[in-house]
Structures are given as structure tokens and as C-alpha cells.
Design a protein. Structure first.
Lengths: 537, 75
């Protein structure tokens, strides 16, 4: 592994020496230093909050686990200062191919247009993502990352949560105003608050292997239905950095995990797939999926994010990416509530928005899984019909479901101000901001997503200049397109992607989602939209 | 648009006959395959999810009626 920093030491903290009557008080304790917890902690710290981040292990998890990180996730990581490092290491891809038997059914391009800073996806082993995030955490003195600190007790109080934390030196206690549980699918905090986590269990087993080889396959996502090397089942091949390839093989429902996982049984199967056996195993895992979510993501002062709150099947790259979307959604809200600039009820919109996103992700990934592993003879028959129709019809190709890849949800949310003007396009309120190439005052190339960061990653007004904008409310960031001192939109892509005319303005939330938009904003209209988006209503 | 249950073919017997003949000589298994493909082709041609839901509801209601009739006959 080409990593230097995967093992971290436990260090005793002064909190551990405090008497029980005088325990340390913290505003935010984040539990779980995976991609979601790390990213959340960084976002909060960059907004000026102090964060205690606990993890029960002392090293970054093994195996590549999540490998596909979405455009949206990369844009979030850009705001956290780690996006470029992820992209530099990652394998950039946007094309997928679907095969049936020996024949290619069709191919798709997830980002067919130019003029976006980030690609549709990169493939990157989760341990790299975590290592880069830990490096960033270590640059931020506001984050206190404590390894081998396992939460073993949680007592909700009126204005805080009392935590008991086990360490190699024994237990200690801290109080937190808010506890954010990012402790994964087997979340122990979820059990401590007594929340149910019910959903659909899929009986089919999938074998996931990461193999090391040098191969001339292109950097595309290849998916097979009923391939010649794995008759009657499905298979997936995907490239990762360091000449590592991810292989997913569907097994039958009754396969014995212990037997199937043995390298001597996996090897011939993969050799048939690749046409040679010049590869080494990096990681083999066998698993079944569940699709489920918590009823409520917020339990008093304990808030759940990522796999702790919701689980999906891996087809569609909706696990880690949706967890990162949770983090970007929660960070600015929690920051405002702790500062007292928004009421505590703003946090309810985190549940509203992200539980609906979880439902969408569960629905999409359940459909993909059902298509790959039909539940009945009739489902299998319908799938066969789709696959055969796909050979000669466009609609058949579009019905083939080998995973619908993660895109950000559009929120139906009380924070949005409904459109009053007429729009023919552009992101509507509740949608994430669109990127576009623009040029700075000196002619330097940049992107709208960069301009959003330069404007302060806060409530921001994106204005298409006409020289007559109303005075901006205090504390609002500004991105100006056109005009004397604005960004140049020489290709016209910003205007096109926002359906902009002179005078058009979009109010962006601190997470880069659209809160409201106006053909000709007034100060009163802006104030009202801003108040609504900040939870004052 | 709502599901049309008016008679839309000038010659309904021709339409029924065309479907019947498509199944002639097929095993039950092959017939089921043909129906599956046909349903998908026709659903796409309709291209309206609300109409499709209505059509499914109508077809399912028929099945329910049929099974109730069967139960009544058995009683």
C-alpha cells in the first residue's frame, strides 16, 4: 500500500483526568472517523466550530470498500480543501458499458458535456480518501481527533448528552451539546438510542474482489448480464488506482460464504473473466445487502449520518456519496444553530431533506438489485424481455438497470422559496448548484463552484449582471457574472445552465443548494428568502 | 391523459385476433415470454406513467373479481 499514514496512536487526553463532577463540556462530538465523520468535522471546523472526533479503532479500515466518488462529493471535498488530491490520485471515468452474454448492449456517458470542474466520478479506494481527510484534519487545530475512543454509554439530558468513552486507559466521560453518529452500518449509537433499523434484506450474495494486475481494459465501468465466464449471473469490472481492479460477481443464494471466499475458488472464476490468471488478490469480501433507514435521523441531541442512518446496496455508488451529502447538509445548519443565528428547528430540515434522499437512494438501489437478481420467474421473464428488446430499441436500453449512479437529490424543503417567475431551465429551488466555466478579472480560468468557495461557502447571491441589483443583505456572499467587475461567462455556459437573463439572481445555501431564484430580485424578496432558508419562519 | 376504455379499434376483432394468432403454436412458457415483451413495448408506446398505473389497476381489479367469483362458486 503506497500510504504512509494509516496507523494512528492513541493519546491520552486531559479530559480523561477530570473528575466525574467536572467533566469536559464540548459543543460537538462526532463519533466515527470514516469519510462521513471526517468530512463533517472538517466542514464544521472550517465554519469556526470546535469538534471532538472519536473513533474506536486506531487505523484506517482495510480493503477498498467504497470506490466511486461522485461529482457532488468532489465538489464538497473541494470546499474542504481535499478535492484536488482525491482527483489527482483517483481514476477519472464517465463512460459505462453494459454487456449481455458476449454482446455489448449499449454504453452511457454520465457527463457528456464539457465545462465542469469535476468529472462525473472518480474511483478511489476508501482508505485513500480517509487518509487524505485525516491529513486535512491534522491541519485544523479546531478538530480534536481521538483514536481508540469507543463510546460505550449515552445519556440524553435536557441541554446536552452525557457520553461514556472507553479507552486503553479506561473509561472517561464528556458532555456534548450535540453528538453526531457517523459510526457506520453497525452503529452502536443507534442501538444506544433504541432506534429501529428495519428494511429489506436481499438474499443474493455478491463476491467482491480487488485484484492487482496490469491490463489494457479502458477506465470504464463494465457490467455483464449472463456473461460467458459466469453463466446466468452478473459481473462488474471497474478500475481503481495502483493497477487495482474491482470485480463484483453475483453468486447464487445458497452459496456457502466460507467456501466461496477461498482464493482457490475465486481465482478460476476471475481467470475466466479476465482471460488470464496473472493477477494477485488485494481483498476479497462476500456479502448480502440490506436497504433500510432509520425512521428519524434526529434523536434529541443525537443526530445520525451516513451508513449509521441509512444503508443501500452498492450498485449505484449511493452509500458513501449519500453519507457525504448528509455531512454537507448538516454542517452549516449545526453551525448556525450553535451560533444562535438560526433556531434549533433548522436541524429538522436535515431530517426532512436527507431522509427523502435516503428513500430515493434506497428506491434506486433496490430497483437495480432486483433487476440484477430477479425475485420470481416472472421478474426474470420481464428482465429477459428488456434485455432482448435492448438489442434493437432505444427504450429497451434505457430500461436495462445495471445500477443508476448517484446524483444529488433535489430537496422538497421548507427552506426553499417557490418560484414566482417563469423559468425554462436552470436548477430549481432545492437542487444543487450547477457548475460552469468562467474567467476572473485577470482572464484566469475558474469555475462557479470555485467562485462559491471564494465567496465564503455561505449564503451567496449568484447575480447575472444588469447593473441594477438591489443592495445585498448583510453577510451574504456574492458571485457576479458579467458587468464591470464580474466574472466573464464568455462561452455563455453559466447563463445557459441557469436560464439566466440580465438581472437573474440565485440565492445559494451554504451547502451550494439553490434556496430561491429571481428574474429581478427585490431587497424584500431576498430578505424573505434568506430568512426562510435560514429556518426563520 | 386518462386511460381510454372506449373501443378504440375500428375492427376490435382484428386486434384480438392478431394477439391470439401471435400466441398460436407457442408453449405456455413461450407465450409468457411474448406477453412480457409485448407489455413492455406497448407500455413504452403509451409513454404515460399515470395511464400505465391505471391500466395495471384495471387489469388487477379484473383478477380480483375473477378470484372472488371463483370463491363464490366454490361456496
Amino acid at each position: 500500500m503506497a500510504l504512509t499514514n494509516t496507523q494512528f496512536g492513541y493519546r491520552r487526553h486531559p479530559d480523561q483526568d477530570r473528575a466525574d463532577a467536572n467533566v469536559a463540556e464540548h459543543a460537538i462530538v462526532v463519533v466515527g472517523a470514516g469519510p462521513v465523520g471526517l468530512s463533517l468535522a472538517i466542514d464544521l471546523a472550517q465554519r469556526g466550530q470546535s469538534v471532538v472526533l472519536l473513533d474506536d479503532a486506531d487505523r484506517i479500515g482495510e480493503g477498498s470498500r467504497a470506490i466511486c466518488f461522485s461529482k457532488r462529493a468532489l465538489e464538497f471535498w473541494d470546499r474542504l480543501g481535499v478535492g484536488q488530491r482525491m482527483v489527482d490520485k483517483g481514476v477519472v471515468w464517465s463512460v459505462g458499458k453494459i454487456f449481455h452474454g458476449e454482446q455489448q448492449l449499449y454504453q452511457f456517458n454520465l457527463l457528456p458535456e464539457q465545462g465542469h470542474k469535476r468529472p462525473a466520478f472518480i474511483n478511489l479506494q476508501q482508505f485513500y480518501a480517509e487518509a487524505y481527510l485525516v491529513d486535512r484534519v491534522e491541519e485544523l487545530s479546531a478538530i480534536d481527533l481521538r483514536w481508540r475512543n469507543k463510546v460505550t454509554g449515552l445519556e440524553p439530558r435536557n441541554d446536552h448528552v452525557a457520553l461514556t468513552i472507553q479507552t486503553p486507559d479506561g473509561p472517561y466521560r464528556v458532555n456534548a451539546q450535540y453528538v453526531i453518529a457517523c459510526d457506520g452500518a453497525r452503529s452502536s449509537l443507534r442501538q444506544m438510542v433504541g432506534a429501529e433499523f428495519a428494511g429489506q434484506v436481499f438474499e443474493d450474495q455478491f463476491l467482491i474482489a480487488d485484484v492487482r494486475m496490469t491490463a489494457a481494459f479502458p477506465t470504464e465501468r463494465w457490467f455483464w448480464f449472463d456473461p460467458p465466464f459466469h453463466a446466468g449471473r452478473s459481473a462488474l469490472l471497474h478500475k481503481q488506482p495502483d493497477d487495482i481492479w474491482r470485480i463484483d460477481l453475483q453468486l447464487n443464494r445458497f452459496a456457502d460464504p466460507a467456501v466461496e471466499k477461498l482464493p482457490e475458488n475465486v481465482r478460476p472464476r476471475i481467470a475466466r473473466m479476465l482471460g488470464h490468471d496473472k493477477f494477485d488478490f488485494e481483498w476479497i469480501s462476500l456479502y448480502k445487502f440490506q436497504c433500510r433507514r432509520m425512521n428519524k435521523f434526529i434523536h434529541g441531541r443525537v443526530i445520525f449520518a451516513g451508513d449509521a442512518a441509512h444503508q443501500v446496496s452498492p450498485f449505484g455508488a449511493r452509500g458513501a456519496n449519500s453519507g457525504l451529502e448528509d455531512a454537507e447538509n448538516l454542517a452549516w445548519k449545526l453551525d448556525r444553530v450553535l451560533r444562535g443565528t438560526s433556531p434549533e428547528t433548522l436541524l429538522e430540515s436535515y431530517h426532512t431533506e436527507r431522509s427523502a434522499a435516503a428513500d430515493e437512494n434506497i428506491r434506486e438501489s433496490t430497483r437495480s438489485t432486483d433487476f440484477m437478481a430477479p425475485n420470481s420467474h416472472q421478474e426474470a421473464r420481464l428482465r429477459k424481455a428488456v434485455l432482448s428488446l435492448a438489442k434493437e430499441t432505444e427504450f429497451g436500453k434505457r430500461m436495462v438497470n445495471a445500477g443508476r449512479l448517484s446524483t444529488p437529490s433535489t430537496y422538497e424543503t421548507p427552506l426553499s422559496t417557490a418560484d414566482r417567475d417563469a423559468w425554462r431551465g436552470g436548477p430549481r429551488p432545492g437542487a444543487s448548484m450547477a457548475d460552469a466555466p468562467v474567467a476572473g478579472p485577470g482572464g484566469e480560468s475558474t469555475f462557479l463552484t470555485d467562485a462559491f468557495i471564494s465567496a465564503g461557502t455561505r449564503f451567496t447571491l449568484l447575480e447575472f449582471s444588469n447593473g441594477a441589483m438591489p443592495e445585498r443583505p448583510e453577510g451574504l456572499g456574492a458571485i457576479r457574472i458579467g458587468g464591470k467587475d464580474g466574472l466573464a461567462d464568455s462561452a455563455g455556459l453559466a447563463a445557459a445552465r441557469y436560464d439566466a437573463e440580465p438581472g437573474t439572481a440565485y440565492l445559494l445555501r451554504p451547502d451550494g443548494y439553490v434556496a430561491a431564484r429571481f428574474r429581478h430580485p427585490t431587497r424584500e424578496g431576498l430578505d424573505a428568502a434568506l430568512a426562510r432558508a435560514a429556518g426563520h419562519n | 391523459m386518462a386511460l381510454s376504455t372506449a373501443s378504440n379499434f375500428a375492427k376490435p376483432d382484428d386486434a384480438f385476433r392478431a394477439i391470439v394468432e401471435a400466441h398460436r403454436g407457442l408453449s405456455d412458457e413461450q407465450s409468457a415470454d411474448l406477453d412480457a415483451a409485448l407489455v413492455l413495448v406497448l407500455a413504452n408506446h403509451i409513454g404515460d406513467i399515470a395511464v400505465l398505473h391505471e391500466a395495471i389497476a384495471l387489469a388487477k381489479r379484473r383478477m380480483l373479481d375473477a378470484s372472488q367469483q371463483q370463491q363464490q362458486q366454490q361456496q
